[in-house]
Design a protein around this ligand. Structure first.
Ligand code: RM4
Ligand code: MN
Ligand code: MN
Length: 396
């Protein structure tokens, strides 16, 4: 690694921040059940505390995404408590995620529900979420919809598209200046025949119809296996419609595994498209990098530290691509040269430079080691295990 490369990495890391999901610290599972971890967080304050540890050790996770139903039990009134947790644990509330899939009312959908009362309820919850975001000074409201159907002929797809458009427009009208509505897409699950917002094209159309403060959110796990996600990213960047990411990795479907654990080159290619775009336009793209993972087997805090470390590594590798040379090679159709520029950057061991960067910031060079030595896990295990052992694991 030469000096120029370390400088590129230092500059890239300086502005790279990742938001942690509150739900990543709670006991989660699969549709077959939950495995309860003795140290898992069961309250919003515990989630802030755990996220605070990850930020303390990595220095790059200043915000926590909140799911309104899980983290704001008293709705708008919960914001005072949340401000206290935030002060106490050194992490700010980040994106606000309305929860439009958990309640019984949403069995047949939220914004696309044939029942106007349910749509109104979903809109009200979204407006409350926008108000929560306003009080917490959160910019982004992230909308993910479970809406869809399981059997052909059972839903009026065009009519539902229309309802979605209308309700999104009403939600958009409630935004303050500076706030953003992010529309997330997902091809299937929980709906297994059609999903109302199934891909980036549908999310893009809906975001455009909603209004100028709406953009698309790309969850890396929400694509069919062979899909070229970096191309979608490049197109959304070109359209100025890329609002943010939910990072995770997967082997089959929406597996919510640790970023880069299955296909690190995929994440590198996404970061490359972003860096390439930024180099061309001469400024940093305003993208919310968020994690959306659920670690039902790994220790949650360790998994988050691993996630952040991996994201920094892949982002740093992408920062090493020489864009001037890349443009020249692409112009000449020198395929091998162009491809090698990516491959060489990906193959570079960026870890020593990242350790130096951390050191320069007064952060532990090895956050995982620092966490394991901190005693935090032992302390919360002791404090939380009795409560966690009473947690329900059965679906019966
Ligand atoms: C969904 C989607 C959403 C997340 C929920 C819990 O699959 O990824 O972003 O909020 O899961
Ligand atoms: Mn997601
Ligand atoms: Mn998901």
């Amino acid at each position: 690694m030469d000096v120029r490369q370390s400088e590129l990495i230092f500059a890239a890391l300086e502005n790279f921040r990742i938001e942690l999901p509150s739900w990543g610290f709670a006991s989660t599972g699969t549709r077959f059940g939950k495995f309860i971890q003795p140290a898992a967080a069961t309250t919003t304050e515990e989630k802030f505390s755990d996220a605070g540890q990850v930020h303390l050790l990595t220095g790059v996770c200043p915000t926590v995404a909140l799911h309104v139903l899980w983290d704001c039990p008293d709705g708008v009134r919960s914001t005072d408590d949340i401000k206290q947790y935030s002060d106490r644990h050194g992490v700010l509330p980040g994106s606000i995620n309305p929860n439009l899939f958990h309640d019984q009312e949403y069995k047949f959908g939220s914004f696309g529900n044939p029942d106007a009362d349910v749509r109104a309820r979903a809109l009200q919850h979204t407006k409350d979420s926008i108000e929560i975001a306003r009080r917490l000074h959160s910019r982004d409201i992230s909308m993910w919809f479970a809406d869809g159907s399981n059997y052909p002929g059972t839903a009026n797809i065009r009519q539902r598209k229309q309802w979605f458009t209308e309700v999104l427009q009403e939600a958009h009208a409630a935004l303050s200046a500076g706030q953003q509505l992010l529309v997330e897409y997902k091809p299937f699950e929980p709906a297994f025949y059609h999903t109302d917002v199934a891909d980036w094209g549908m999310a893009l159309l809906l975001a455009r119809a909603a209004g100028p403060q709406a953009k698309v959110l790309v969850d890396t796990g929400h694509h069919y296996a062979a899909q070229n996600i970096e191309q979608i990213v490049a197109w959304l960047l070109a359209e100025n419609m890329l609002g943010g990411f939910h990072f995770n990795d997967r082997r089959y479907a929406d597996d919510d595994l640790t970023i880069g654990s299955i296909d690190p080159y995929q994440v590198f290619r996404i970061f490359h498209e972003i860096r390439f775009f930024e180099w061309e336009v001469g400024k940093q793209a305003d993208i919310a990098y968020m994690v959306d993972q659920s670690h039902n087997l790994k220790g949650k805090i360790e998994a988050m530290i691993q996630t952040v470390t991996m994201a920094q590594e892949l982002f740093s590798k992408a920062a090493l691509v020489n864009h001037t040379e890349l443009v020249a090679a692409q112009k000449k159709c020198d395929l091998v040269k162009a491809e090698s520029l990516l491959q060489d950057a990906f193959a570079t061991d960026v870890r020593p430079a990242i350790r130096e960067w951390r050191d320069s910031k007064g952060l532990p060079k090895n956050p995982m080691e620092a966490f394991r030595q901190s005693g935090y896990l032992e302390r919360i295990t002791k404090e939380r295990s009795a409560k966690n052992s009473r947690n329900v694991t059965s679906y019966a």
